[in-house]
Design a protein around this ligand. Structure first.
Ligand SMILES: Nc1nc2c(ncn2[C@@H]2O[C@H](COP(=O)(O)OP(=O)(O)O)[C@@H](O)[C@H]2O)c(=O)[nH]1
Ligand SMILES: [Mg+2]
Ligand SMILES: [Zn+2]
Length: 293
């Protein structure tokens, strides 16, 4: 029987659903995974042995690019970091924290500022351009007017993405706007209902008809930064071109004399709010470090 390679897109009660060139194959895993204590994850690239044209078993998984635990998923390419321009109020520090979380997990962040229909002024577009200037993909969207939805789709194409961001910003609505056959529950009430249910939620990758996958549950549900405070500076991409000019090569850009990053902030070459986020996240990591000892 033939061996094929595919992507695990879902799993329930010992069965895994693997998307292959022959369609979705229902698979069981070989016993060796349990013996080796390897948990197969949605997103894993699996080598399977076909039993017939619908069923098979998983022989191996390829090395993972990355792995998240909440939700459990492997080989994620992108995090679509969604914030609403208002309702709920936009929290820049949390937005920048999510970018660092993505980068530290080898996941490409895409910034999405949603609900632009609710604000007439150009605030959302200014914010989008702050992130574009740094080199990130960033888009202003509305699920009401459909503004930016095509651009968002172009970013999702052929990638494995998940949506991250606070509750109520429009993550589920955005996923629903992308493809008509996807219908995730939206709104506060449904979220409360979901939380109230004590069922083990299985994670699923939703296949996009233009190519690519999105995760059906939000990522970064556990928001702990797992990096050393002195490494935080490397996750603020726009600092890199200035840090060579700092007086001390060990400069953390906090209050050291001759800091070229602080100079760039003062001259408006680095966005001030990004620097505010940096300082805030640095303090958070410092506090965490103190608690460790
Ligand atoms: N005005 C406006 N409301 C939106 C937009 N996107 C979502 N909403 C509303 O915001 C609420 C929360 O949306 P939901 O998709 O459930 O957010 P999630 O918690 O991030 O998944 C719902 O009442 C949506 O109808 C948008 O672009 N504009
Ligand atoms: Mg939702
Ligand atoms: Zn410096």
């Amino acid at each position: 029987m033939t061996r094929v390679v595919g992507k695990i897109v879902g799993g329930i009660a010992g069965f895994y659903y693997v998307a292959t060139e022959h369609g979705i194959i229902e698979c069981r895993a070989r016993g060796k995974f349990r013996k080796d204590n390897v948990t197969l994850l949605v997103g894993d690239i699996a080598e399977i042995q076909m039993i017939n044209d619908r069923e098979g078993y998983i022989l191996n998984i390829l090395p993972r690019k990355n792995k998240l635990t909440r939700p459990p998923v492997a080989n994620v390419d992108q995090a679509i970091i969604v914030f609403a321009i208002i309702r709920p109020e936009l929290n820049r520090i949390l937005l920048d924290k999510m970018i660092v979380l993505a980068e530290s997990n080898d996941i490409e962040p895409v910034v999405c500022i949603n609900k632009v229909d609710l604000k007439e002024d150009k605030e959302a577009f200014d914010l989008v351009s702050v992130y574009q200037k740094i080199g990130y993909k960033a888009v202003a969207t509305s699920t009401v007017t459909k503004e930016g939805i095509d651009e968002l789709k172009s970013y999702l194409k052929d990638k494995v993405s998940f949506f991250a961001g606070p509750s109520g910003v429009g993550k589920s609505s955005l996923i629903n706007s992308i493809q008509s056959n996807i219908k995730l529950k939206t709104g506060e009430v449904s979220e409360k209902l979901l939380r109230g249910k004590h069922t083990t939620r299985s994670v699923e990758l939703l296949s996009l008809d233009f190519g690519g996958y999105v995760l059906d549950t939000p990522g970064f549900t556990a928001l702990t930064l797992d990096i050393e405070k002195q490494d935080l500076r490397y996750y603020f991409r726009e600092f890199l071109e200035f840090q060579g000019g700092c007086k001390f090569s060990s400069c953390l850009h906090i209050q050291e004399p001759g800091c070229n990053v602080i100079k760039a902030v003062e001259e408006g070459l680095i966005d001030k709010n990004r620097y505010v986020s940096y300082i805030s996240l640095f303090k958070e990591l410092k506090e965490k470090e103190k608690r460790r000892y």
